[in-house]
Design a binder for this molecule. Structure first.
Ligand code: KIV
Length: 269
């Protein structure tokens, strides 16, 4: 009997929700991190457009390009054996036309080795979700705070604080489910709304700052490792302080080189 752990698919995620087993998800942008996360047992790896802020030093996720997302997806895709790899559709790769969306989503699967794509937005994108799904491309929706719309919102504050907006988010979730989305990410909304969303739709709801009563959680890996420190969302629990540790390690190395204690005899040929 094989002891290998089965590959995570859209069907696995549906079953996990049905069995009330919480889904774990993190971001990765490169081969090294993707392999580490996969071997540690993460269920879902998102190649997020957060690569723009985390790795490219941009202020927002808006500038990252389709070619760059394909590049990062492929690095991740080659490293992963068990987790499901989802590629983020960058700004303007799916908003102009459904044909564009199909071609670009297809690139993330064909060239980027992703197994699904994620796109931001609600009911307005239901026809796009439907078309991609019909073409055999699984789509994850993204509601609540949608960072690609930062210039429209003007801030990264929590969404769904008022009844009308909560209702809109619930309606959007139902609409995306109806269009064929296999899962949703819901970002920075009140915990009550997260809970309501997860009990309203049958597809898995993965929260990021959406409270504990959703079907799974996702964080930006570089946030939870304390590697990315430019800003710190309240929802991003830190499991390590790697930025500090790296600083300390580099200082020690500099000290050793400058003092002549590195390399020693064992480190020399
Ligand atoms: O790009 C990203 O990392 C994301 C997560 C925050 C869900 O969309």
């Amino acid at each position: 009997m094989s002891t290998a752990r089965p590959k995570i698919t859209t069907a696995t995620l549906r079953t996990m929700k049905a069995q009330r087993e919480r889904i774990t998800a993190l971001t990765a942008y490169d081969h090294l991190f993707a392999g580490l996360l996969d071997r540690a047992g993460i269920d879902v790896i998102l190649v997020g457009d957060s690569v723009a802020t985390v790795m490219q030093g941009r202020d927002t996720t808006v500038p990252v390009t389709m070619d760059q997302m394909v590049y990062h997806c492929e690095l991740v895709g080659r490293a992963v054996q068990r987790a499901m790899v989802i590629g983020d559709m960058p700004f303007l790769s799916y908003q102009v036309s459904i044909e564009d969306a199909l071609r670009n989503a297809g690139r993330l699967l064909k060239e980027g080795l992703a197994e699904a794509v994620k796109l931001e937005g609600g009911a307005a994108f239901a026809p796009t979700v439907q078309r991609l799904t019909d073409a055999g491309i699984p789509v994850m929706g993204h509601l609540g705070l949608t960072p690609q719309s930062i210039h429209q919102f003007g801030s990264y504050k929590a969404r769904g604080q008022e009844v009308a907006e909560q209702q809109r988010i619930l309606d959007d979730a139902k609409c995306l489910q109806q269009a064929g989305a296999f899962a949703l990410v819901v970002e920075k909304v009140p915990a009550d709304l997260g809970k309501k969303l997860a009990s309203t739709v049958e597809i898995p709801v993965i929260g990021i700052g959406a409270g504990p009563d959703v079907d799974g959680q996702i964080l930006v890996t570089h946030d939870m490792l304390g590697l990315f420190t430019r800003f710190r969302p309240r929802f991003a629990r830190r499991y390590l302080e790697l930025a500090k540790d790296i600083g300390t390690a580099v200082q020690s190395y500099c000290q050793d080189v400058r003092g002549g204690s590195f390399p020693n005899a064992e480190e020399s040929y």
